[in-house]
Design a protein around this ligand. Structure first.
Ligand SMILES: Cc1cc2nc3c(=O)[nH]c(=O)nc-3n(C[C@H](O)[C@H](O)[C@H](O)COP(=O)(O)OP(=O)(O)OC[C@H]3O[C@@H](n4cnc5c(N)ncnc54)[C@H](O)[C@@H]3O)c2cc1C
Length: 390
């Protein structure tokens, strides 16, 4: 029986394991350096099931997001995972921004996002009394999910399907079919790299994706206490940036969170703004980063988000543009997450999902946001590709 070894038990790794097991691929092992699955990006995000607006028509991400959104909502209903199907609102705060709403509506329709429509300020007030805007794009299929419950359900299902979890096991090298780990060597017939923020390093062990490097961006959140936001409120995005701007999300437990920012991070797991010297030397020394810094949109992104990350007052002002009645005293520190953004040798941030196959291995190099939403559809896509070549 063929042994599939999956590195990384985040939402993508667990979903790929599930998809392979449902296809009766063979023996499956999931390795993770942490003591429980989903400790990194998968549990440090907004928990929004995105509907697929703001995606590029024809891209893999657009296809995975629209299909993934449907599959994930169905999965949650079928596995008793709390999900709040409240819809999302992208709010135009000024007349000039309404043109972007029209553009988003068009993009969303081209991608097949169901039931999108633009609403006027009075319907906006009715749906979301605290929001301020001249119009909004309503996407009824946007939803918020209980992230922890979903990760638990996936891990439980994987175990029931006979998938073995090798936790506290860090992959430190790969030599042919031998995966060298902190717990000793493991033989694999097929290797699937789902290592999130470390996926480039794992790929480089196998001479794959040498032209790419992951640049980490930290997303900080604040909790907004006693806030009566009912749904999810987004700013009109800057379509030049790969990341969405600060938004407000009502989580399934009723808590309202604001964020995330998108600030250059000096460590792949630097959730508390630590500086990882080894990571910094590697990053500044890489040609991908040296070229990235000359891209004007990267500089704009860093300046704007750097200020938000350093100054709670600036973050507060950003929140107030969406919900003016929020007061500074309502804000509390909340979690941070790190986005693993792949940058190519030209210094460009790759915006689509990126999967590279070589010999007996598959590498998920760019499972960027909304990777959580995409996970089940993306996993089916990856499993089918693996089985067609192994
Ligand atoms: C701030 C933020 C907000 C986001 N908001 C949303 C959202 O609202 N909706 C949405 O759909 N998506 C969102 N995303 C995106 C989503 O969270 C990610 O796309 C998704 O979680 C990626 O999952 P993953 O499994 O690839 O990575 P991860 O969850 O990071 O999993 C990778 C795993 O690999 C393991 N690993 C790494 N290196 C090794 C090694 N050497 N040996 C063994 N194990 C290793 C790690 O321990 C980790 O468990 C957001 C992301 C961030 C950061």
């Amino acid at each position: 029986m063929k042994h599939f070894l999956i590195i990384g038990s985040g939402v993508v790794g667990m979903a790929v394991a599930r998809a392979l097991a449902l296809r009766k691929a063979g023996k499956i092992t999931l390795l993770d350096k942490e003591s429980f699955p989903g400790k990194h990006a998968s549990s440090r995000n907004s928990g929004v099931i995105h509907s697929g607006i703001n995606q590029k028509p024809g891209s893999l991400k657009a296809e995975m997001c629209v299909r993934g959104s449907r599959l994930l909502r169905e999965y949650c209903r079928g596995h008793h995972v709390p999900v709040s199907e409240c819809g999302t609102l992208v709010v135009a705060r000024r007349e000039e921004e309404t043109a972007v709403l029209e553009r988003l509506l068009d993009l969303g329709n081209q991608c097949g996002v169901p039931d999108l429509r633009i609403i006027d300020s009075s319907e906006l007030k009715q749906r979301e009394p605290l929001a301020q805007g001249v119009a909004a794009l309503l996407s009824p299929t946007g939803a918020a999910v209980d992230i922890e419950a979903l990760l638990r359900a996936l891990a439980e299902e994987d175990r029931k399907l006979g998938i073995h979890f090798g936790l506290d096991t860090e992959v430190i090298n790969i030599d042919g079919h031998t995966v060298v780990t902190s717990q000793g060597p493991v033989h694999a017939d097929y290797i699937v790299n789902c290592a999130g923020a470390h996926a480039d390093r794992i790929a480089h062990f196998m001479d794959v994706g040498m032209e790419f490097r992951i640049i980490p961006f930290r997303g900080d959140y604040l909790e907004v206490k006693d806030c009566d936001v009912r749904t999810m409120i987004y700013q009109v995005p800057d379509l030049c940036f790969p990341f969405l701007s600060v938004h407000l999300t009502r989580e399934t437990d009723g808590r309202v969170i604001a964020g995330p920012t998108a600030t250059l991070s000096f460590g792949r797991e630097a959730y508390r703004k630590e500086w990882d010297l080894r990571e910094m030397l590697g990053m500044f020394g890489s040609r991908q980063f040296r070229r990235l810094v000359f891209h004007p949109e990267f500089l704009r992104l860093c300046i704007k988000n750097g200020i938000l990350s350093l100054s709670k007052v600036a973050f507060y002002r950003e929140i107030k543009t969406l919900v003016p009645c929020v007061e500074y005293r309502q804000l509390r520190p909340f979690r941070s997450g790190i986005r693993a953004q792949i940058v190519n040798s030209k210094g460009e941030m790759v915006t689509d999902m990126l999967v590279v196959h070589k010999d007996f291995s598959t590498h998920v190099l760019n499972a960027v946001s909304p990777g959580f939403t995409c996970s089940l559809a993306f996993a089916e896509h990856i499993a089918d590709q693996i089985l067609s070549r192994s």
